[in-house]
Design a protein around this ligand. Sequence first.
Ligand code: ZN
Length: 138
Amino acid sequence: MNKFQTGDIYMGRLNKDDDLYQELSRLAVENQIKTGIINVIGAVSRARIGFYNQEKRKYEYIDFDHEMEIAGCRGNISILDGKPMVHAHITLAEDDGTVYGGHLTEGTIVFASEVFIQELKGDSLIRSFDQDTDLTLW
Ligand code: ZN
């Protein structure tokens, strides 16, 4: 376990039609947030989420071509290949309250969203390839 101290807190909104994953990544890189906690609520006009098939060792994707609420989106920032990398999961709610969830990936388009990022200061968590899972883990 790495131990951290709290750094800066970033809070604000994203714009309509932003790609949620790309914008979170841009914020992490531009603000040089090496380690952090991400929390997002809001709504999307469409979404693409991933599910890691543990047997096939690859992500499978689910597309939603309609509006949904971001009931929750939690993630973190750590270092992959020398730069900040966002890993986040998202819970999306349908108009009847049914929820779907998975790994946030590019293709999830913001209708409106409010973002909270807590920067953490300390020895960065570095991602590297893990043979047991074929994932890049801490
Ligand atoms: Zn994930």
